[in-house]
Write a protein that binds this ligand. Structure first.
Ligand code: GLY
Length: 328
């Protein structure tokens, strides 16, 4: 078992990483509390049954799988179900699933009755090493991804790496893109390990190492005004690729893979990046023309009237923030 404590100006919380944790959840739930379990319709039933057993008083709400569910309509539908069921302020949401589930449920938790608690139980690699930690919660609009949201840390994050054993390969690789990102921006050692070793042999340690990097950025810049922006390496272009194809072509990590290539300026570093992306079957090129992508970037929520902070890597393990003009 590995434990990471995250300091937050809003609410300190712990991350527990433990193989088989889903079978030992009782310690983390309170028999007196009411829980609203939120999940998508693709999550294995077995996981939900385990959560239900650990929290006796519960309401279960599911939603259609996919990025399109991070919408105003899904947000409103779930809030209405909670209100019809008279869910009170002392209830707690349990988000079980991938990044979409965590972002949507966290945003609901942050706004329902001005904020109730939520527990993250991430079951995809991407959500385990990135989106379940750091308190960024959001939904999308027709114009830009994650453009309506808040910073709202979870009460606790419960990670069982064994859930990854049944994750389809494409989704595992999708998460690896975020692991590669940590190597690119902060740790050449991690990058080399991902390039040369079999990460699946010890996922507990891999998840821990990625989250220790995330902890560093989040604790030092919780509200994303300086160094936390480095975690967006590859994401500005990545979000634009996702949006261009209306979220139908690329998974998030796949689009970030393309974005990281665009944001790696040194040829040697770019070649090393491309070979590790190939190792995990991530895309390395797309035929969209630059103008169409830049058009979408101009609508990015981080685009102030003057400039956009872009993250570039010239040396693997070090990122730079560059103010770049994308006139609207
Ligand atoms: N996933 C980027 C961040 O948490 O800031």
């Amino acid at each position: 078992m590995k434990k990471i404590d995250v300091r937050s100006k809003l609410n300190n919380y712990s991350i527990i990483i433990e193989n088989n944790l889903l079978n030992r959840l009782e310690d983390y739930f309170d028999n007196e509390k009411f829980y609203v379990i939120i999940h998508d319709d693709h999550i294995p039933k077995e996981y939900i049954n385990k959560i239900r057993m650990a929290c006796k008083n519960n309401l279960i709400i599911n939603f259609p799988e996919g990025e399109k569910s991070k919408s105003f309509s899904e947000y409103e539908r779930i809030i209405s179900i909670m209100q019809k069921n008279n869910i009170k302020r002392d209830a707690c949401i349990v988000a079980v699933g991938g990044g979409v589930t965590g972002d949507l449920s966290g945003f609901i938790a942050s706004t329902y009755l001005r904020g109730i608690g939520y527990i993250q139980v991430p079951t995809s690699l991407l959500s385990q090493i990135d989106s379940s930690v750091g308190g960024k919660v959001a939904i999308n609009t027709d114009y830009a991804k994650n453009s309506v949201g808040s910073f709202y840390p979870p009460s606790i994050v419960l990670i069982d790496p064994l859930t990854l054993k049944t994750l389809p390969k494409r989704h595992f690789n999708n998460g690896m893109a975020e692991g590669i990102k940590y190597g690119m921006i902060y740790s050449k050692t991690l990058f080399d390990r991902i390039s040369n070793k079999n990460i699946e042999e010890d996922l507990e340690t891999f998840i821990y190492d990625c989250l220790m990097i995330k902890k560093y950025f989040v604790e030092n810049d919780e509200f994303d005004s300086s160094i936390r922006q480095m975690l967006n390496f590859g994401h500005t272009y990545g979000h634009a690729y996702e949006r261009y194809y209306n979220f139908n072509k690329y998974l998030h990590g796949e689009a970030v893979a393309l974005g990281m290539i665009k944001s790696t300026r040194n040829t040697n570093a770019k070649n090393n990046l491309i070979s590790v992306l190939k190792k995990y079957n991530l895309p390395i090129s797309d035929k969209i023309n630059e103008e169409d992508i830049v058009d979408i970037i101009k609508k990015d929520k981080k685009n102030t009237s003057k400039y956009l902070n872009m993250i570039y890597v010239d040396t693997i393990g070090e990122a730079n923030i560059v103010k770049q003009l994308f006139r609207r």
